[in-house]
Design a protein around this ligand. Structure first.
Ligand code: ADP
Length: 491
């Protein structure tokens, strides 16, 4: 549930639940009250009428027995002399906090509650005497009383009066209790709803925020392994997801920075080692010449050639380093052009053929694509790619067998795939996924003595990716390596 929905539900909960509870309790209380007072009024009187017109209730509860008496009074007053009948009516009235008094010719012939009447009778009679309002008269003698009366004439011509005296206090008390019960229920319901809604919101909002705060502090203090797990589907849950995403991103960045530093340190140590070897050789041969060890011109020639070869190795290393740094900082602008693929790559092979043959290496070119297919590329950079791949094939040759290298062109939909296949020492399964990483040099024991920076294939990958192509490698230890890359076809 979203936060917005949660807040809406909370609002409605606080509003509606207490209302329902108060309504329910009010209804039940009134039902009980009405039942106690007068069954006939169950359906007529509601919670609202009790609040609105409590006096009406007092008036109404005796109305039915009075109506009956009234009818009997008008249809001949015989019944109003029948003491059993009057006692019956009085029994009904007693249940409604009332009693009956029947007066014939100013003499009471029936008194429903003698005790009360002897106490209040003297006040009641004059009160009704002055009252012209027959519906009822309120009088106050020790306690409030409602007196209703009905005049009639007996068959013998004598005046008769029926009085119904209702004690107001117990009824008012009952109503007071009802209202109090409703009020207490209302407050209780409000408190319970507010508490449960607050607890629900606390669990849904504050707890996740607390988790986030904790995570923020952990990450702030450098613990990037502190995971944030979402435990809701609302906006805070999404915030947790975003936070986790940010943490992972930061961790990857820091990890790769750390890896970069490790790689750089390793590279510096590799480079120092790779530079030290030819420098020691150059120094040794130069000192030899100075000391006159190389007396014959042939020996001097041999010494000088070695010095030149070693210096060339060093130039290669330094060149690769500076090239990568330029690529890495995007300082090498690309000059894309459309060139025929077959012609370009067969030229590359041709250029290297002589040198490779001198190293007792066999190189061949094979194309499975039509001659008119061209590719879009920066010729200079792709030449660098080819030189690095061919250079590696030679560098990592298997000294025990005749070196063979093939450059193969195949069709790959909108691209041309160029594969450089050798029969060299191969790359282990563990090393294979890393060979395109910068500064990575695989299988140190097997590649020992082969100068390198671990940048050759990183340069290849960077150039190919900048061309919108892909690069991949397949290799088997002892059998050889195939490194392929794609370049987009031209129009
Ligand atoms: P390096 O300067 O070490 O040659 P590269 O980036 O060119 O760096 O190559 C990375 C690693 O991949 C090398 O150290 C080597 O172990 C392995 N490798 C690359 N090409 C070949 C190949 N043709 N045959 C065997 N191993 C290779």
């Amino acid at each position: 549930m979203t936060l917005r929905k949660k807040l809406m539900v909370a609002f409605l909960g606080i509003l509606v639940l207490p209302m329902i509870l108060v309504g329910l309790i009010g209804f039940v209380t009134i039902k009980i009250q009405m039942h106690q007072l007068n069954r006939e009024y169950d359906s007529n009187y509601t919670f609202f009428s009790v609040i609105n017109e409590p006096l009406q209730i007092m008036y109404q509860i005796t109305e039915a027995p009075l109506e009956e008496l009234r009818e009997n009074g008008h249809n001949g007053s015989q019944k109003l002399k029948d003491m059993d009948y009057l006692a019956d009516v009085n029994d009904t009235l007693r249940k409604r906090y009332s009693y009956l008094v029947v007066i014939k010719n100013k003499n009471p012939i029936f008194i429903g509650d003698k005790e009360d009447y002897s106490e209040h009778g003297e006040e009641i009679l004059p009160a009704i005497g002055v009252s012209s309002y027959k519906a009822g008269t309120y009088i106050y003698v020790d306690e409030p009383l409602l007196v209703k009366h009905e005049d009639f004439t007996y068959l013998d011509g004598e005046d008769g009066v029926c009085l119904i005296v209702t004690r107001v206090s117990p009824i008012v008390n009952n109503i007071r209790i009802s209202i109090l019960a409703i009020l207490i229920t209302g407050i209780f319901a409000l408190a319970v709803t507010a508490l449960s809604v607050s607890a629900w919101l606390f669990r849904g909002i504050l707890l996740p925020i607390d988790t986030l705060r904790k995570a923020t502090r952990e990450i702030g203090s450098g613990n990037l392994n502190y995971k944030v797990e979402r435990n809701s589907t609302d906006e805070i849950g999404q915030l947790c997801d975003d936070f986790e995403e940010m943490r992972r991103h930061l961790k990857t960045q820091i990890d790769s920075k750390e890896q970069y530093e490790i790689d750089s340190r390793e590279m510096i140590s590799n480079i120092s080692h790779d530079l030290k070897t030819p420098l020691t050789a150059i120094k040794g041969y130069a000192e030899g010449m100075l000391d006159g060890v190389a007396e014959s011109p042939e020996k001097r020639q041999k010494y000088l050639k070695t010095i030149v070869a070693r210096a060339t190795d060093m130039t290669g290393l330094v060149d690769e380093l500076s090239y990568y740094s330029k690529l890495d900082t995007n300082k090498l602008p690309y000059k894309f052009e459309t060139v025929p693929a077959n012609a370009y790559f067969s030229d590359c092979v041709e250029e290297n053929a002589l040198e490779l043959e001198m190293k007792d290496f066999e190189i061949s070119f094979e194309s499975q694509i039509a001659n008119d297919i061209s590719v879009i590329m920066d010729c200079e950079q792709i030449r660098r790619v080819m030189n690095n791949l061919i250079g590696n094939a030679v560098k990592y040759r298997n000294e025990d067998i005749h070196g063979v290298l093939a450059v193969k062109l195949t069709d790959a939909d909108d691209s041309v795939r160029i594969s450089v296949i050798d029969n060299g020492i191969g790359i282990s399964k563990e090393a294979l996924p890393h060979i395109f990483d910068r500064f990575y040099r695989a299988d140190k024991s097997r590649t020992a003595g082969r100068a390198g920076t671990g940048l050759g294939l990183a340069i290849v990958k960077k150039i190919v990716v900048e061309h919108g192509g892909r690069v991949f490698a397949r290799s088997e230890i002892g059998k050889g390596t195939t490194i392929s890359f794609t370049v987009k076809k031209g129009a």
